[in-house]
Design a protein around this ligand. Structure first.
Ligand code: FAD
Length: 357
């Protein structure tokens, strides 16, 4: 019996994978989506309990289905995003299989396609979409004495809320939205300090996720001069951040220069004992499964043009960040990059199918 070869296998069922799935379903191609979680939601499953989006509901919808209005204010709570994503995949009956931790994507020269494996099972596909996000690849800077520090360290990827830190001396490192939001809530219950490399950039109250998306698109299209103010990492005035700023709580101090065994060394040489450090220092793309293709560059990215890998045209990347396609790490950008790049992928699929017949 001839081996089954899918038109497309999508790896990852977060917002990027679902957006691609929406357009694949409409095009009636033979595809599946593999995801390593036990339930829907992608990275949103792991964000801290109080997280609010920095983009309003209407500007955070995936293709075809509007996100319902936020229950409170204009910025939805992460639980509302989780419900929306669960409903989205149910509504469109996307063929998602869980949990499958894809370990490798490699070239199958016998069937002239790509082979996707989770260690136990393998699947063949004419094209593969990698949409594995960044959540499982958190970044922590190398700071002198890092290993010797016996206090707690946690990345924002694993931060689970204020209770654990009540009354403790805590440093929150990182000047983006995660750092601002986590510090804003910890400043109320802990002896917290916010550590940033430079002065934090607060956006005007009216600037939200939509404006940041437009900014990212303009930058990539080379129209930076006309772009609205603000970059994707600048701080959006979601209600808890605005409340902390209004109370005068949102002040930051410069980065410490090293660790001692029970604390940190400040730039003036003073040492201080601290209980915990929370790193809000970002993420890189999770691309370990692409190792056999030998495409991941030293900066942790894959060279792409409009989502298609330059050195392996059967591989497409969605989500991850502006390098994959403008604003594609946001809900609204995930939908737009799928709308723009999936048609090209379908054209490519037709071309290679005709060539092989
Ligand atoms: P993910 O959501 O991470 O989905 C990838 C899926 O692939 C996951 O289910 C993952 O478990 C799975 N996976 C990974 N590796 C494998 C593998 N090897 N095999 C199988 N499955 C795998 N965006 C907005 O639009 N508005 C906001 O307000 C906003 N706020 C944010 C606040 C914070 C603090 C953070 C960190 C992000 C925020 N974002 C926001 C961005 C957004 O949450 C993420 O960028 C987004 O979840 C990325 O979507 P994705 O589909 O690319 O990846």
């Amino acid at each position: 019996m001839a081996a089954k070869i899918f038109d497309v296998i999508v790896i990852g069922a977060g917002q990027a994978g679902l957006s691609v799935g929406y357009y694949l379903k409409r095009a009636d191609v033979d595809f599946i989506i593999l995801d390593n979680q036990t339930q829907s939601g992608g990275a949103w499953l792991h964000t801290w309990p109080s997280l609010r989006l920095f983009s309003p509901a209407l500007m955070s919808s995936l293709p075809g289905k509007l996100m319902p209005k936020a229950k409170e204010g204009q910025y939805p709570h992460r639980n509302e995003v989780l419900s929306y994503l669960a409903e989205y995949e149910r509504h469109y009956q996307l063929p998602i299989y869980r949990p499958h931790q894809v370990q490798s994507v490699e070239r199958d020269t016998v069937h002239n396609c790509l082979k996707v494996s989770d260690g136990k099972y393998s699947w063949l596909a004419k094209t593969v979409v990698s949409a594995t996000g960044t959540w499982s690849n958190p970044q922590i800077p190398e700071i002198e004495g890092h290993q010797a520090f016996t206090g707690e360290q946690c990345h924002s990827a694993h931060y689970a809320g204020v209770e654990h830190y009540r009354g403790k001396r805590v440093l929150i490192v990182g000047g983006g939205n995660s750092g601002a939001q986590i510090y804003a809530e910890l400043a109320e219950v802990a002896n917290a300090s916010w550590i940033t490399r430079g002065p934090p950039l607060f956006l005007p109250d009216e600037v939200d996720g939509r404006v940041l998306f437009e900014r990212a698109t303009a930058r990539i299209n080379g129209n930076d001069g006309d772009a609205p103010v603000g970059g994707i990492g600048d701080i959006v005035m979601v209600p808890p951040v605005k409340a902390a700023l209004d109370k005068g709580l949102l002040t930051s101090q410069p980065m410490f220069s090293g660790f001692t065994d029970n604390g940190v060394i400040w730039p003036d040489g003073n040492e201080e004992q601290v209980d915990a450090v929370i790193w809000c220092t970002g993420f890189k793309a999770e691309l370990a499964h692409l190792t056999p293709l030998n495409l991941v560059e030293s900066d942790g990215k894959v060279q792409v043009v409009n989502g298609q890998a330059v050195k392996e045209p059967r591989l497409w990347l969605f989500g991850y960040g502006d390098w994959a396609s403008p604003g594609s790490a946001t809900l609204i950008g995930a939908g737009r990059s799928a709308r723009e790049n999936v048609p090209a992928m379908l054209g490519f699929l037709t071309e290679i199918t005709q060539r092989s017949n």
